[in-house]
Design a protein around this ligand. Structure first.
Ligand SMILES: N[C@@H](CCC(=O)N[C@@H](CS)C(=O)NCC(=O)O)C(=O)O
Length: 246
């Protein structure tokens, strides 16, 4: 069986799919595209613009949740969903929230931050196999790249402060799932793999890390993803947008 994973370096759902492959011990090849060029390439290859996508021999699978389901079929152990119906429903609910609510919010926070501070983007190529883009070039291409990404992700000057304000509420929700055992088991389940890379990516922003790190949500994100590309210094998100630390 030949498995190829198509990714953008530092993308949170790509981290979900790659960690699932690693957990299951499935050997894979990685194909990496730079954003936002990946959209056209993925549309051509998979008929859908987004990463991650996976090829298993000639079979094409798009989307982090679909990829995890397929991996559970290909290699049942360790299972990414609990066998018990009630526990499984809770994990699926948390996973869907991570995909539909948290994942897009992270993009709507990151891209406006990069638009204002393109130099911060340089650290997000950590671990990439693509040639690094020098900061002056990044600054040159940032206005176009961030405009395309903000449009694709429906990010705007209005969504930016609104999303940042909801952060404590979202973290409360993750903490509650950890407290009731839906998240945070010994081996990461599908919801852990979906939610923790989003939190970990937010924690690469120095302004947000102190809001997340000490909470159960932050600790879980660091356990599942000790390392993550990106390290943007504090002081780049306007202070008036930042929620108070808990
Ligand atoms: N929620 C889906 C979609 C992932 C997604 O939107 N990926 C971003 C990169 S993090 C992307 O490729 N965006 C391009 C676009 O929206 O066209 C998943 O988990 O697979």
């Amino acid at each position: 069986m030949n498995v190829t994973l198509y990714v953008v370096n530092g993308s949170h759902p790509c981290a979900t799919a790659e960690r699932a492959l690693q957990l299951k011990g499935i050997p894979y090849k990685l194909v990496e595209f730079p954003p936002p060029m990946h959209m056209a390439a993925m549309k051509l290859l998979f008929g859908k613009r987004t990463v991650p996508a996976m090829k298993v021999d000639d079979e094409k699978i798009s989307g982090s949740r679909a990829i995890l389901r397929r991996l559970d079929e290909l290699q049942p152990e360790p299972a990414l969903l609990p066998a018990d119906d009630a526990a499984r429903a809770k994990v699926e609910e948390a996973e869907a929230w991570g995909d539909d609510v948290l994942q897009p919010l992270v993009r709507r926070v990151l891209w406006p931050t990069f638009k204002a501070h393109p130099e911060a983007m340089a650290t997000y190529s950590e671990g990439s196999k693509l040639p690094p883009i020098p900061v002056p070039v990044l600054k040159l291409i940032a206005p176009v790249a961030t405009r395309i990404e903000m449009k694709a992700n429906e990010a705007s000057p209005d969504t930016y402060p609104a999303d940042l304000r909801t952060l404590p509420e979202l973290l409360d929700r993750v903490d509650a799932w950890i407290a009731d055992g839906t998240l945070g088991g010994e081996t990461p389940n599908a919801a852990d793999l979906q939610i923790t890379p989003s939190l970990r990516l937010l924690m690469t922003l120095g302004d947000l890390r102190p809001l997340i790190e000490a909470r159960p949500a932050g600790q879980l994100a660091l356990r599942v993803f000790p390392d993550f590309p990106g390290d943007a210094p504090a002081g780049i998100i306007p202070a008036e947008y930042l929620p108070a630390a808990a």
